[in-house]
Design a binder for this molecule. Sequence first.
Ligand code: PEP
Ligand code: MG
Length: 320
Amino acid sequence: EQAQLTRLRRQPTRTQDGVDIRLYANAESREDVAEAHSLGADGIGLYRTEFLFLQRRELPTEDEQFLAYRDLVLGMAGRVVTIRTLDLGADKADHSGLALRTEPNPALGLRGVRLSLAHEALFLTQLRAILRASAYGPVRILVPMICCREEMQAVIALLEAARASLLAESAPTGPFVELGAMIEVPAAALGLPDFIDLVDFVSVGTNDLVQYLLAVDRNHESLASLYTPRHPAMLRLLAEVFSYGRRNGIPVAVCGEMAGEAANVPLLLALGLRDFSLHPSTLLEVRRAIRDADHASLRRRAQSLLRAHDRLAIEKWLAR
Ligand code: PEP
Ligand code: MG
């Protein structure tokens, strides 16, 4: 069993009927990056930068961030790395030097891009560090918790300011850094047509999207059975996002836990997903599930999946 999986390290992520699927890794440590590279990940699809800011009193300097991002880029040896800008909020900011006030509803509060836009100097420092790292290999920037077009416009303005300041200092940067939005607020999923012209790619954060779509706290123990992407509204929303992206030539990935569970592979392929991003620990299992799948027949069954009225019907669809 384990030996069988190990053999998949060097195999392509291709369905039975020859459709190539991209498998990116989620990473937050050096070990994750090394593992992603050794498993043949197509790149890093989500690099969470929060850990650089936690368990300390001062904010990390630009140079400190630059060195961490540069190591990441070098570690992936030419494969793309997607660096997510800071996604902190009142729920996890106590040691970060940000002195955030406690909030009654941190999940609905000053977090993600909202926090970055409220602390421009901090955001510019991070953007400069990422742009400097892009001189060492292909880099994409992913912005968390986008809910509306105005936020994306504000990010673009700051990114241009960061680039201009580096240019003025003759600091090297890569030729082109793609910019993407996380789709994890329902309004951003429904409103993708309103800002798709501002992004090069999007990545669906199903952990938060499930939380906000179903109004179920992702960490609430007694609600755990309600907290699932296997809800008809969630599947329909995903299908919309995937097909809108495809029709407009914008790559769509899923980087939430949903993509890291091999059992969800048939669902995601049926709904039209081509780019998965997941923790390296389940990468080979997901690759195996993709290699076992017949893409065309799953796509043909998408309509019946979208007619499911409840979780049981979704699970019956999966069992067929
Ligand atoms: C998500 O919300 O699905 C996601 C990938 O981001 P995080 O889990 O860091 O909130
Ligand atoms: Mg999230």
